[in-house]
Each structure stands twice: as C-alpha cells, then as structure tokens.
Design a protein around this ligand. Structure first.
Ligand code: NAD
Ligand code: TDX
Length: 331
C-alpha cells in the first residue's frame, strides 16, 4: 500500500512511520508543515526508497489533492496538539484541525480514498476522580478546551463525510501517549528534561488530575489494526488501562531519575483543566483482536527517560523557549 501520513514529522506520526517501516512493506509519503512541533530529524535513518517527506500545509487544497490522488489510504495525524497553546491562541487550532481535516476529506471524496482520522479522548470532556465509568464510543461529546473542541469538530466532519458522501473513513480516539520523540512542551518530556537540566518538575494545581497513559507504539499498532480491518464509519477508542494521577507520574519520574519523590513544584493550574480521562477499549480488543504490547508503565517510562538522556541534540533546541513561555505564565 501507499500511505499518505499527515503530520508524520510529529510525535505520534513519526513513531507511526517508524512502525510502518518495521512491521509492513508499505510505501509512505509524509505531508507535514514542519511547524514548531514537527522535526524532520524524527524520520532520520529510515529507508529512503520507501519514504518521502513533503513539506506542505494540510490546509493547502492544491498540495493535498495531488498527494491524495497518488496514495491508497490517508492516515491523518496532523494537528495543533497542545492544550496550553490552544488556550493562549486558538486560531491555528481552528485552522489546522478543522480546515485541514476538511481539505483532506474533500480530496478523499474526490479520489475515492480510504481515510483514517486520528483523534483524542478529550472530545468526551472529563470524568470525576471517583466515577467508576470510562469513555466508550457512545459517550456524548463534551469538549472543554479550544484544542479538544477543534478535534471534536474534526471528528464530526469525518462522520458527516462518511454518511453523506460515502467516504470510507474510520476514527480513533486515543488517550495520552508517551514515548520517544514527544515535544518538550508536553507533560512527561517536560519533567524529564527539567530534571536533566537540574530544574524541578512542575505540577499544575494539586497534581490530582488523572490521565490514562498508553505507549505511542501501542497507539500506532491499534491504528494499523483499524486501517487493516476496522469497519468503515466506525469509531474505535484506544487505551491500555494506564490511569495515573499527574502527581504519581512525577513521583515515578523523580524516583527513576534518582531524586527524592517529593522534589517537585506545584504551579498555577491550567484554565478549564480536565480532571480525569479513562478509556474503555473493549470494542477495539473484541472486534479487532488488538492487544497492547507495553503492559508495564514504569518500564516504558524508564525507556523514555533513557531516550531523552541519549538524544539531547533532538530536544535541546526547543527547551529554552518552551520553559521561558511557561515561566511567563507562572507554570
Ligand atoms: P505533534 O504536535 O507532536 O505533531 C503534529 C504534527 O503535525 C507536527 O509534525 C506538525 O508539524 C504537523 N502539522 C501541524 N499543523 C500542520 C499543518 N497545517 N499541515 C501539515 N502538518 C501540520 O502532535 P502529536 O502528539 O503527535 O499528535 C498527533 C495526532 O494525534 C493529533 O491529531 C492529536 O490530536 C492526536 N492525539 C494525540 C495524543 C497525544 O497524547 N499526544 C493522544 C490522542 C490523540
Ligand atoms: O508542566 C506540566 N505540568 C502538568 O501538571 C504540563 C505541561 C502538564 N501538566 C498536566 C496537564 C495534564 O493534566 O499534565 C497532564 C498532561 O498534560 P499534557 O502533556 O499537556 O497533555 P493533555 O493536556 O492531557 O493532552 C494530551 O493528551 C491528549 C495531548 O497533548 C493531546 O494532544 C491529546 O489529545
């Protein structure tokens, strides 16, 4: 197959391309705008005869049309992805996440191509800490931030293009990913690189907010399973039962990096901060027989810490500016 991977120079997209190269014989074209979040180095060393990187904007209808015409299937990762940035300036989120998805859907419709849309569990809003329920594909949409609202809107566009135009699309909504090549603005890489720089980890609010962590390779193996045998028009939730409070994650990072578990700072909370996410992935497991490979968060975290230790040249250029912006917001 010839896959068009949007956002393939970002965190999850680049790990997806690595996995496709390891586990399949597909050809890949990456379309990526290389925003602050994209890094061509994340694709370094992959076989040049199977991979092409095109620097273009998914909102550019002409560029998108030509690339979609040449592929068999589109896997759509490209997005503005950071909640904090969406609170500071929502405009690029509305543009890339809504208009970009619209352009891709129109091209998929014109050329009759298979489309997989990568989305987030944040479209469902949040759960109480003591609520025994988890998100399912039937949970009503209730997004909180400009980021999650723009992703919710993009999911709705996909659903409408399936029903009205018969576009052969699937959607996945995944929980929080961790692993190599994640931007230092995000929670886990920020704390690891803070410690490598001799700074203390920063927890928003009280640190009680809870996320459902999944290794990025497990997210991507699920995307490949859906692309291979998912039912058209269906939504699959991706998660691997990895619920942990932010405070617990910071304590684990500190311990794994040889520091006392209480050496962190509590900083200003995120406005509208979602309390808890939790995924029920039984549809994915039962229908597609998917299973996560990473069952031990602590082992995955250790490997992630090692990756940041060993790849300073990858993350160093972004670190100073990211921390200056957080500091200006007292975060
Ligand atoms: P990321 O910010 O690391 O990467 C996004 C990539 O998209 C970057 O390479 C960037 O250059 C590119 N991009 C941005 N705007 C573009 C545009 N207009 N045209 C072309 N390329 C553009 O994000 P990520 O964490 O890898 O997330 C990828 C996808 O997965 C997103 O759709 C996100 O909503 C979804 N998702 C992320 C998580 C998570 O935990 N990170 C969880 C669930 C779903
Ligand atoms: O320094 C920090 N301290 C802190 O306590 C940062 C950067 C974050 N946090 C908290 C906020 C969240 O509760 O940690 C949690 C995780 O934060 P992020 O890494 O910003 O992720 P989140 O907002 O949960 O969203 C992520 O998962 C869902 C991705 O960024 C989204 O793209 C994805 O859709």
């Amino acid at each position: 197959m010839r896959l068009l991977v949007t956002g393939g120079a970002g965190f999850i997209g680049s790990n997806f391309v690595h996995q496709v190269m390891r586990a399949t014989e597909h050809q890949v074209v990456v379309i990526d705008k290389l925003t602050y979040a994209g890094n061509a180095d994340s694709l370094a060393g992959l076989p040049a005869d199977r991979l092409r990187l095109v620097r273009a904007d998914v909102c550019d209808g002409g560029a998108v049309d030509g690339l979609v015409a040449e592929c068999d299937a589109i896997v759509h990762f490209a997005a503005e992805s950071h909640n904090d940035n969406s609170i500071d300036d929502p405009a690029p989120f509305v543009q890339t996440n809504l208009v970009g998805t619209f352009r891709l859907l129109e091209a998929a419709r014109r050329h009759g191509k298979r489309f997989h849309h990568v989305s987030t569990d944040e479209v469902y809003g949040d759960l109480e800490l003591d609520d025994p329920s988890k998100f399912t594909p039937e949970t009503p949409y209730n997004p909180s931030s400009p980021y999650s609202a723009s992703k919710a809107g993009s999911d709705m566009l996909v659903r409408a293009w399936v029903r009205t135009y018969g576009v052969r699309a699937t959607i996945s909504n995944c929980s929080n990913n961790y692993g190599p090549r994640q931007h230092v603005e995000k929670f886990i890489p920020r704390q690891i690189t803070n410690l490598l720089d001799g700074r203390r980890p920063k927890l928003y609010g009280t640190g009680a907010n809870t996320r459902d962590w999944i290794h990025v390779d497990d997210h991507n193996s699920a995307v490949l399973a859906i692309l291979d045998r998912g039912r058209i028009g269906q939504t699959y939730l991706i998660g691997s039962d990895g619920e942990l409070s932010n405070k617990r994650v910071v304590e684990l990072i500190l311990t794994e990096m040889g520091r006392p578990a209480d050496e962190y700072d509590l900083v200003k909370d995120r406005p509208g901060h979602d309390l808890r996410y939790a995924i029920d992935a039984s549809k994915l497991r039962d229908e597609l027989d998917w299973r996560p490979a990473y069952r031990d968060f602590r082992a995955g975290l250790r490997a992630t810490i090692d990756w940041y230790r060993n790849n300073e040249s990858w993350w160093r250029p972004a670190k100073r500016e990211v921390e200056a912006r957080y500091q200006a917001k007292q975060q």
